[in-house]
Ligand binder design. Sequence first.
Ligand code: 13P
Ligand code: SF4
Length: 333
Amino acid sequence: MLPANSILPEGGFLDIPVDPELDLFSAIDRLKKEKKAVILAHYYQEPDIQDVADYIGDSLGLAQQASKTEADIILFAGVHFMAETAKILNPSRKVIVPDWKAGCSLADSAPPALFRQFKQKYPDHIVISYINCTAEIKALSDIICTSSNAVHIVESVPPEQPIIFAPDKNLGAFLNKKTGRNMLLWDGACMVHEIFSREKIVRLKHRHPEAKMIAHPECEEAVLAEADFIGSTTQLLKFSQTDSSSSFIVATEAGILHQMQKASPEKTFIPAPPNNLCACNECPHMKLNTLEKLYNALLYEVPEIQMEESLRLAAKLPMDRMMEISRKAGLVG
Ligand code: 13P
Ligand code: SF4
């Protein structure tokens, strides 16, 4: 039962004070068992949340875990579109989030009404959308992709078929270069991956000539041009473990450094610098989630993701196509 006067989920999260004496790690663990809940967390979550999660992964891994979990409740520690994706794939589970307002600048850059108009101008094009978009945009798409499988997804489409790629213009440009396609790109971007400074990265590389520079494909072309390896968060993590280099300059959200450092304590990880003095390589949306909000969400089972069944089914179709192509490519089990 929600206490009277509690701020409802529409306000973002349950602003109910949590006893500062409470050991949140064991309290969350106990609630998880009592309620048969699973915590799925993205690599960009703060270290404490990663440590309390049952599964940590990139967008593709999280979507796969969400689709196959038998837990009654999925507590999704990530951003809104990721929790929506879990609901699309596994509607009989209750999907809750720590903070309703944990959104995504990239997903916001494609308002459905504008995208529908844009799509109507190119009736011969199919739409491939990056998973970082709303359920409405997914419903307007033919196939979804993530940064782990994007090349396979684009290459699964016959070369003569024109494609619109949305919403990330940087990932789209990277894919055009990699696959030799000329996809029409929606003008969207991630505020975190666009903030890296090529000039500062070049200076950093001079100071650390032994370091390999690794980058997420949501970064701008000029930054990607400096990279020794480009991949999704999981691919970057794997590369940092298997490559023989002892240090890495990492151009993606700084949360991933926690797992990199845990997996390879002897190696050095240097976050790529942003083009100003703020901590802008941290996603402000991802970082809205806290352990206290996780605890309250699990205790009161809100905020909950709900979705019209017609929208869910329309959004699921392109997700199913993505999963099928990923399975054939051996990218998911
Ligand atoms: P991946 O999880 O696919 O690497 O994407 C990164 C991202 O920006 C998630 O919001
Ligand atoms: Fe969205 Fe970028 Fe934050 Fe990922 S890192 S959730 S793409 S704003």
